[in-house]
Design a protein around this ligand. Structure first.
Ligand code: CTP
Ligand code: CA
Length: 239
């Protein structure tokens, strides 16, 4: 990445980025996880750094290196990530939630390794819902005076495939409305796009009705488009 010649479009701003995938433990040696590598989030963090921002990276199980120059905090489970993001978000200008947060976790954690004893029935894993970090922050921000110091610009990411009910963008628009955040980056997955690959195709939907912005290219290119949008929204004080 080229260093900006001037102070950079995000100079003086603080951007929080969550990245990676959570792991929800079953017993001391096993967990339920997901295939997020953290690449897109790390690319967003790098683009924000290059734009001059102070970057707080909240990382859950990255498969890629942490960029130098970020303020790093780490989390393993969704509940830990929730606490870490809430802490990092206070006083920040923007929050970008690229982390793949497990929607559910095992209802119980077994303190000792689960054994496959022959005399016992095959185990059934019961799941319970995890907190929705993004939706919780949006509603806390609305309830607290002075937004509780939370960012005026909250950006979600959604990987969608489209199904019999609706297309990728319809699912995205419904999710944006449900989450209440300002921007939702809708990432089309399946057919070779999305997890673990270098090239991405996204559409950024805005809650304020601004026209959708499409970006395709490497995760770095997508990150730069997103960081430009964040910078111009912060400059214009449009959230
Ligand atoms: N997210 C979150 N907390 C969760 C789940 C998701 O903060 N428990 C955030 C993700 O980091 C992402 C956005 O919400 O920025 C959308 O995630 P996604 O999984 O697409 O949304 P869900 O509401 O969980 O819907 P779905 O049923 O499609 O998984
Ligand atoms: Ca989900």
């Amino acid at each position: 990445l080229l260093e900006p010649a001037g102070p950079g479009p995000l100079a003086g701003r603080t951007v929080v980025v969550s990245a990676g995938g959570t792991r929800e433990p079953l017993d001391p040696v096993r967990y339920l996880g997901n295939r997020s590598s953290g690449r897109q989030g790390v690319a967003v963090a790098r683009a924000a750094l290059a734009a001059g921002a102070t970057v707080r990276l909240v990382a859950a199980h990255l498969e890629v290196p942490v960029p130098g120059g970020v303020e790093l905090s780490t989390a393993s489970t969704a509940i830990e990530l929730d606490a870490a993001v809430q802490r990092a978000a206070i006083g920040a200008d923007a929050l970008v939630m690229t982390a793949a947060v497990a929607d559910f976790r095992p209802a119980e954690y077994v303190e000792s390794k689960i054994k496959k004893s022959d005399d016992r029935a095959d185990p059934v894993i019961t799941l319970v819902r995890n907190p929705d970090i993004l939706a919780t922050l949006v509603s806390r921000r609305a309830e607290l005076g002075d937004r509780g110091g939370l960012p005026g610009l909250i950006v979600g990411f959604a990987a969608e495939t489209g199904d019999a009910e609706a297309g990728v963008l319809e699912h995205g628009a419904a999710k944006l409305a449900r989450k209440g955040c300002e921007l939702l980056v809708v990432n089309q997955v399946g057919g070779g796009l999305g997890f673990g690959v270098e090239v991405n195709s996204v559409t950024v939907l805005a809650a304020d009705g601004a026209a959708p912005v499409t970006a395709a290219g490497t995760k770095d290119e997508v990150a730069q488009v997103l960081i430009s949008m964040i910078a111009s929204r912060l400059d214009a004080d449009v959230h």
